[in-house]
Design a binder for this molecule. Sequence first.
Ligand SMILES: *Cc1c(COP(=O)(O)O)cnc(C)c1O
Length: 228
Amino acid sequence: MSEIDKARQSVLSRIAKALQSAGRSSNTCRLLAVSKTFPADAVRSCYASGQRAFGENYVQELIEKAAQLTDLPLIEWHFIGPLQSNKTRLVAEVAHWVHGVDRLKIAQRLSEQRPDALGLLNICVQVNVSGEASKSGCQPHEAIELAHAIAGLPRLSLRGLMCIPEPSQDSALLASQFASLRSLLAQLNQQGLVLDTLSMGMSADLEVAIAEGASIVRVGTALFGARH
Ligand SMILES: *Cc1c(COP(=O)(O)O)cnc(C)c1O
């Protein structure tokens, strides 16, 4: 077994255990491998071990890696970083998912620029659940209106919500921030939207996120090692 195989198996077993402890069925939380800063070869090895979904934070890096890996037929690219309006076209033409949408203008551009041939672009609205001033993401009270507006855009498929809690070792604090994302999702579904995705949890806190309902965990360090 290669190093990346071992790392991936260990993350998958953390996910499986966390699902079991939460009384959730297996296969209800997917692993998104966050490959930012690691070369295309690292993505290729991880794909060879069975991984299909990869997350990138920087537009240029996404474009370059996707171009180097066009021979991997089932690869799925998730853009998880902050997105400026002058870069939306590049992302709309390459990504399968965009997790960090926090403004209607960005969503409108993605919808307009999404090539028809690629099918709908999957979207998560990023919510600032920690209230930190520096954090991207819309405020929780803005999320409802934004989600309904995005759900009406023709070439997007609104899938759910995404958050990055404040950096903390305090699992009760993390749990309360993840829970607030879950209750926002429940509220949107009660209002008639059909959303199946809570994108939350990273290398250090995926167990807490899964206990609170995560359906996608975004994991970099635990798979690829420390970033430089
Ligand atoms: C880098 C990053 C991750 C992965 O974080 P790790 O702690 O390395 O697992 C997850 N989500 C986002 C939005 C990131 O930028």
